[in-house]
Design a protein around this ligand. Structure first.
Ligand code: AGP
Length: 607
């Protein structure tokens, strides 16, 4: 998830507007940035890796001439943060500049085709194919709009782009498919941006671009057309009265809630990863004598769930290990035939990197799953996958957790296929369930939010909570507990429901809220017994169960209805969502800031 912005002014300089817009978009990505303007028929370009203010103090964007330009702040998806990989990207002639937010899935085949035609590439990004495709169109005699239209029709995946060129120095061409893009109408000025905060300072009149649309911005006005057939599209402007701070959260009061509601999109992105990287990692895992899943905090809970996925789907024993314990637990036995899959959204967590360093020293194969391109984990891994969740600002991990789960499930399926452990029918049905997850999460968010908010209000004053699950949902219970604990500071316990009889049940007394994760899976009979045990001690039971599970609904004091037919190996993905919301609403109910919990940092880079 990057941020793009463009503006065309009847007077004045574009650079200051583009710069302040970039600052407003920084929460979307902050590992590199760049700007291009046109003046006197010449294209000016400045870009580099690093934070926007640091780049500006080195390159000084403010002295870029011209009243038309585009700019970009990056969250790397393909190609580590560097000057070469920063946007804008140019064509071979240096007369066409493009900024892009999204993922071009077929960029490798397009790149090969363009290289065969003599194009020279200077970056490792997917984006750079776009200016070269446009160049092909212009060279064949098309005007800029036609060349951009022809180019975007070749793209597969998500994109929001803005294009300028000295060929036609009086217009900006924008196009959108999936990634957000907004157009702003000012007084003698037109703007385009990834979202409203970037240009709210300059206008309150906006037009949203829809999927499959292209627009031409010039001082004469804006033309919108459909990419599929080039037909004109009539658009309805709207006015925004939000504060800029609110706009950065797209109207959500906190980044955490925004990121919880971003999960359908982040899951879709995690289902669009490059095949060759998924294949490469699954082949390494398949060859491992022992497979260790190493991580901390929420990422460790994803590893715990993954150990059930690998065993149930691929018949592979994969050992989840808390990274800070790896050296003590396996440091003396890990070796050349072992595979370490290190999972870390930041890719910078100290304990994970220390475990990885030790494993590498003992010649084990280290693989990485992260959300941060260019992070240390990507540099120390033999092969890695970037999960494409986009930046996560809230300290409490939410969308990165469900994306980790869906990537790990894809890896388990590929290892199963390599080993012939899944029948075609099983493989197809699991793949369909995976593909359906973004929509399922959307339904869960819409159906449970009000119910969860009421429960949070009801239980906000409680000073003890228990989260119980069985099987793979022990991981869901642990993650639900971590969310509540880290943002509300409430003492909470989580463990396998079967374990409660071995001690923890002694803490249960009248009125203690006990949250059960109880999908209709192979553990259902036992979990019904556990619910009755807790009820017998006066606990108030909140059950997450299938919407028509009469038996559990009848036993529980409250229930959160969940969709039916979720394969148990995927059930943590939808079942964690109400628990993320529960923690969020309890924190809000207590007047706490869910985005910045005390004593915590988004990335723990110290021992
Ligand atoms: C989760 O909400 C916390 N922010 C924390 O437990 C986090 O998951 C842990 O520090 C691991 O971070 P990583 O995924 O960046 O390695």
């Amino acid at each position: 998830m990057c941020g793009i912005i463009g503006c065309i002014l009847s007077s004045g300089l574009a650079a200051p507007i583009l710069f302040s817009g970039l600052k407003r978009l920084e929460y979307r990505g902050y590992d590199s940035a760049g700007m291009a303007t046109i003046y006197g028929g010449k294209l000016y370009l400045k870009k580099d890796s690093g934070k926007i203010d640091d780049i500006n103090s080195r390159l000084n964007f403010m002295d870029m001439p011209g009243s038309l330009g585009i700019a970009h702040t990056r969250w790397a998806t393909h190609g580590a943060p560097s000057r070469e990989n920063a946007h804008p990207h140019l064509d071979c002639s240096g007369t066409i500049a493009v900024v892009h937010n999204g993922v071009i899935e077929n960029f490798l085949e397009l790149k090969r085709e363009l290289e065969d035609r003599g194009h020279k590439f200077t970056s490792r990004t997917d984006t750079e194919v776009i200016p070269h495709l446009i160049e092909e169109g212009v060279k064949s005699g098309l005007n800029l709009y036609e060349a951009v239209l022809q180019a975007v029709r070749r793209l597969r995946g998500s994109y929001a782009i803005a294009v300028i060129s000295t060929v036609e120095p009086d217009k900006i061409i924008c196009a959108r498919n999936e990634s957000p893009l907004i157009v702003g109408i000012g007084d003698g000025a037109y703007y385009c941006a990834s979202d409203i905060p970037a240009i709210l300072e300059y206008t309150r009149n906006f037009i949203s671009m829809d999927n499959g649309e292209i627009a031409v911005l010039s001082l004469g006005g804006i033309e919108f057309r459909r990419i599929s057939d080039g037909e004109f599209v009539l658009k309805k402007p709207f006015t925004v009265d939000w504060s800029i701070e609110l706009a950065e959260k797209q109207g959500y009061p906190h980044f955490m809630l925004k990121e919880i509601y971003e999960q359908p999109l982040s899951l879709r992105n995690a289902l669009r990863l490059q095949e060759q990287y998924l294949d490469l990692l699954s082949r390494f895992i398949d060859r491992g004598e022992r497979v260790f899943l190493v991580a901390c905090g929420t990422s460790y809970h994803a590893c715990l769930a993954a150990s059930y996925m690998f065993s149930k789907i691929a018949r592979v024993a994969a050992f989840p290990v808390v990274a800070s314990e790896f050296l003590e637990q396996y440091g003396d036995s890990v070796g050349i035939d072992d595979v370490i899959l290190a999972v870390s959204q930041s890719g910078e967590t100290y304990d994970v990197l220390r475990a990885v360093d030790h494993a590498r020293m003992r010649a084990a194969t280290v693989l990485g799953l992260t959300n941060t391109v260019g992070s240390t984990l990507t540099r120390v891994s033999r092969a890695y996958i970037v999960q494409q969740s986009g930046p996560e600002i809230g300290v409490a991990a939410t969308k990165t957790f469900t994306s980790q789960l869906i990537v790990l499930a894809q890896l388990a399926m590929r290892v199963a296929n390599l080993r012939g452990k899944l029948s075609q029918q099983e493989s197809d049905s699991l793949r369909d369930s995976l593909k359906g997850m973004p929509e399922v999460i959307g339904r869960v968010l819409n159906s449970c939010a009000d119910n969860v908010k009421l429960l949070a209000k009801r239980y906000a004053k409680k000073n003890l909570f228990l989260f119980l699950g069985r099987g793979i949902n022990v991981a869901t219970a642990l993650e639900g507990r971590l969310k509540l604990l880290e943002i509300t500071y409430t003492p909470s316990l989580a463990f396998s429901a079967a374990e409660s009889k071995h001690g923890p049940i002694s803490i249960v007394e009248k009125g203690v809220p006990v949250i059960f994760i109880a999908p209709r899976d192979s553990t259902r009979k036992e979990i019904i017994g556990n619910i009755m045990e807790m009820k017998a001690r006066g606990a108030e039971v909140i059950a997450l169960c299938e919407e028509d599970d009469r038996e559990i609904i009848g036993l529980a004091d409250h229930h959160i209805p969940m969709p039916k037919g979720i394969p148990d190996v995927l059930s943590p993905i939808p079942y964690i969502v109400p628990l993320q919301l529960f923690a969020y609403y309890v924190a809000v109910e207590r007047g706490l800031d869910p985005d910045k919990p005390r004593n915590l940092a988004k990335s723990v880079t110290v021992p």
